[in-house]
Write a protein that binds this ligand. Structure first.
Ligand SMILES: *[C@@H]1O[C@H](CO)[C@@H](O)[C@H](O)[C@H]1NC(C)=O
Ligand SMILES: *[C@@H]1O[C@H](CO)[C@@H](O)[C@H](O)[C@H]1NC(C)=O
Length: 335
């Protein structure tokens, strides 16, 4: 027998042993099958109407668990400690809790006591704020992927990912497409070394980013499209090549929604002067005057970039109650 054939047969036998072993020990309500690599397994408890994690989740196959699929159930909270007590220290790569009703997290992830993961999928749940407990106290894997798409997060807060004790998180991905995020703190990514990051914030409610925003180190990709970006003068800094943001958004270019003049234009196709702030505007000014009275009306106006084409329309009600008199002052130069 050629050595190659021998090893192939051995691999098939080991896989079969794995299947039999796994099927004997699979949680009664779930199904189990081998994972993508030899001696890995998948526990599939999706679509079971579960309101809590099954008591017999333990999975004894030698090797480790590629994925625990608890998606499409009726879970309302993620109890990390209970999950890993049931697993009795088995290593897990992917935890899929997508499409439940989870709004809260208890317990801690901590690789020092075997509670760690590579991918945590909490998409399509009921989170309104980011649960810092999902960041492991100690993390021993190379990547850390958090999927919070289709929740109701409203902002990314200061030092949001600095909940653990590890000084560096490599290969960090935060996927939060389709939430209600309208604000990113300048220091969201500070407080911990976040490296080689993918940030997916497509289809949120972002209108602007502050010039003092600090990107994570070694950004790989920012996905910012599908937000109502207001490309006025406050966002002009974003095209500064020294900020490198253009390099990380090119795969999925975000567009401006306001001001109207540049609606639909890709942000990074604009020139510096196209990021405009309109003149300062104030509500109606009212002044009672008697005959022959004179007064000075001061109308401060500033624009960025400055433009000399500014005009005022003055509207005066007629003293005898007739048609209002309106007069148009010629364009004036800005001082
Ligand atoms: C999370 O689950 C959703 C729904 O099943 C899926 O579309 C998405 O790709 C998953 N995310 C990751 C990072 O695997
Ligand atoms: C960013 O992109 C610009 C234009 O595509 C390119 O000239 C520049 O070298 C890039 N910078 C980095 C750091 O990749």
């Amino acid at each position: 027998m050629k050595p190659l054939t021998f090893y192939r047969i051995l691999a098939i036998l080991l896989t079969l042993v794995g299947i039999v072993h796994c099927q004997q020990q699979c949680p009664t309500i779930c199904s189990c099958y081998p994972g993508p690599e030899l001696n890995t397994g998948v526990i599939d408890c999706s679509n079971r109407g579960l309101t809590s994690i099954p008591d017999d989740l333990f999975y004894p196959l030698g090797g480790f668990i590629a994925k625990i699929d608890l998606s499409n159930n009726m879970l309302t909270s993620l109890d990390i400690d209970r999950l890993f007590t049931l697993l009795r220290g088995n290593r897990v790569d992917e935890l899929d809790f997508s499409s439940n009703f989870i709004s809260d997290v208890t317990g801690t992830f901590d690789a020092a006591v075997g509670k760690d993961y590579v991918t945590l999928n909490l998409s399509s749940n009921a989170f309104t704020s980011f649960p810092e407990k999902v960041i492991p106290v100690i993390h021993h894997r190379h990547d850390l992927v958090l999927d919070f798409s289709n929740n109701r997060l409203t902002e990314l807060t200061r030092h949001m990912f600095a909940g653990g004790n590890d000084p560096i998180l490599f290969g960090f991905q935060f996927l939060a497409r389709n939430n209600l995020i309208n604000r990113i703190d300048d220091e969201t990514f500070q407080g911990v070394g976040i490296i080689d990051t993918i940030l997916d914030l497509r289809s949120n409610l972002l209108t602007t980013l502050s010039p003092t925003f600090q990107s994570p180190a070694g950004v790989r990709e920012f996905r910012f499209s599908g937000n109502p970006w207001n490309c006025d003068c406050n966002l002009r800094w974003i095209i500064d090549p020294m900020r490198f943001l253009v390099n990380h958004t090119s795969a999925d270019p975000p567009n401006c929604v306001t001001p109207v003049a540049i609606q639909g234009r890709p942000i990074f196709s604009l020139t510096s002067n196209e990021f405009t702030c309109l003149p300062f505007q104030q509500g109606p000014l009212q002044r009672n005057i008697v005959n022959q009275d004179s007064f000075t009306l001061s109308c401060p106006a500033s624009a960025d970039p400055p433009t000399p084409e500014i005009s005022w329309t003055v509207w005066l009600p007629c003293p005898n109650g007739g048609d209002p008199l309106s007069c148009f002052l010629p364009p004036m130069r800005l001082l």
